[in-house]
Structure formats: C-alpha cells, structure tokens
Design a protein around this ligand. Structure first.
Ligand SMILES: C[S@@+](CC[C@H](N)C(=O)[O-])C[C@H]1O[C@@H](n2cnc3c(N)ncnc32)[C@H](O)[C@@H]1O
Length: 220
C-alpha cells in the first residue's frame, strides 16, 4: 500500500491522536466496489468527503432512528448520499443537493452503479434555498455545506425537522482550529454554530470527535 492509499486526503486528522485515528481506520470493514472507487476519486481529485468512519456513523443514526426522509446539504460526488440511501432502504428518500453541475453528473452515475438512484432526488443549486422551499418535515437533515453558512443552516433546518428528528453536521471541530487565536471567517462561523446547537433549548446535542468532528442534534 502506498502512502496515498494508506492516508487519503479525506481522513484529515488533527482531532484524535494519529495512532488512535490509524487504529479506527484499520478496523473498518472494506467497502464495496462503488464506494471504494468514490473514496479513491475523492482523494485523487481533492473532493472533501466524510469518509468511511463518519459514513458508518451516519448510516447507524439513520438505521437506529428508522429514518425514511433525509435532506443532505452539500453532497459533492454523492459519497455520503449513497450511505444515506442504503440506510433508509427501498421505501426511503434522500435529497441530494450541490451547487456544482459536474458533481451532480458524476454523482448520478455512481448512484446508478450503486443501485440507489430510485431513492435519490438530485437537486443542483444553493442547498439553503432548496431547503427553504421544503414544506414537509424531514427525519434527518445533514449539513455539509460551506462552513460560513453553518449558522444560517441552523436557523433554516430546525423548522424543517420533525420532532425526534436528527440535525447532523460535519466538520464541527474544524481541524482542531477552534481554540487557536485569530480565527478566520470559517472558524468563526463554526464557533458561532456550535454555540447555537449546544445552547438551543429545542435540541439535544452531542459532538462526536470522530475525523473532523460530527455534531448530532436531536430535535425535542
Ligand atoms: C464537503 S463537500 C460534501 C461532501 C459530501 N457530503 C460527502 O461526504 O460525500 C461540500 C460540497 O458542498 C457544496 N456546497 C457548498 N456550499 C453549498 C451550498 N450553499 N449549496 C449547495 N452546495 C454547496 C460544494 O460544492 C461541495 O461539493
């Protein structure tokens, strides 16, 4: 195994001790051909995906909660979307959103090959605008858009989640930069977002220090 295969870019690091992180990834079962190809594609083309350790948490959360309707904000080549689609089952529905047409085209091809196209609606455009249009409540809203938008996503997502539904966000520990001096705009936005989700009386929140930090919020 070369270095690139051993440590693809999407692993990130900076949160847990490197040897702990290595152990966690070494323990993961292998993925099927399509997911493995998506992981290699993401690493080669610098696409920031959640990767398999976080994806398995997402899958578990959907499975445990019996989620059937997932709204994903920031889907890129559709890696996390495939995991959601498999977790919700044949009668489930996942909304893919991304601002980039090329990402969506590539994602569609992967969805076909993964056998989950029927469960996924692909929407290209601003995920926050598309979410604003939604009338029916979702079981899960997954937030992985540009980090400066996180506080705005918090305000938009809550009313569109059913009671008992999950609001899940990636990158909330932001490469370990949250406690460093002179935070940049993305870091400031994540600091504000984390305060909002942790202080909200409408949410029960935990932050999982896995990969780059995953916030799991249950709507009361
Ligand atoms: C981190 S990647 C998503 C990775 C994906 N969730 C996965 O794990 O496989 C973020 C993606 O969100 C898209 N994006 C960022 N802000 C967006 C917005 N406001 N609306 C739609 N897409 C957005 C970017 O084009 C990028 O492809």
């Amino acid at each position: 195994m070369n270095d690139q295969a051993a440590k693809p870019d999407w692993r990130m690091g900076g949160i847990t001790a490197p040897e702990v992180e290595d152990y966690l990834y070494a323990m993961l079962p292998p993925r099927d051909e399509v997911l493995a190809e998506m992981e290699a594609d993401a690493s080669k083309n610098d696409v920031a995906i959640v990767g398999p350790a976080v994806a398995r948490v997402l899958y578990q959360l959907a499975a445990i909660s019996g989620a059937k309707k997932v709204f994903e904000m920031g889907s890129a080549i559709g890696y996390s979307t495939v995991w959601w689609a498999r977790a919700v089952g044949e009668d489930g529905r996942v909304i893919y959103t991304d601002g980039d047409h090329k990402n969506a085209e590539k994602a569609r091809r992967y969805f076909d090959r993964a056998g989950v196209s029927q469960r996924i609606t692909v929407r290209v455009g601003d995920a926050l605008e598309i979410l604003s249009e939604q009338k029916e409540p979702y079981d899960i809203i997954f937030n992985d858009v540009d980090k400066t938008d996180y506080p705005r996503v918090f305000r938009l997502a809550l009313p569109r989640l059913r009671s008992g539904g999950l609001f899940i966000s990636d990158n909330v520990l932001w490469k370990g930069k949250l406690r460093r001096p002179n935070p940049d705009d993305r870091t400031k936005a994540i600091l504000e977002f984390n305060k909002l989700i942790c202080a909200s009386k409408d949410l029960f929140t935990t932050i999982l220090p896995i990969r780059d930090g995953v916030a799991v919020c249950v709507k009361k």
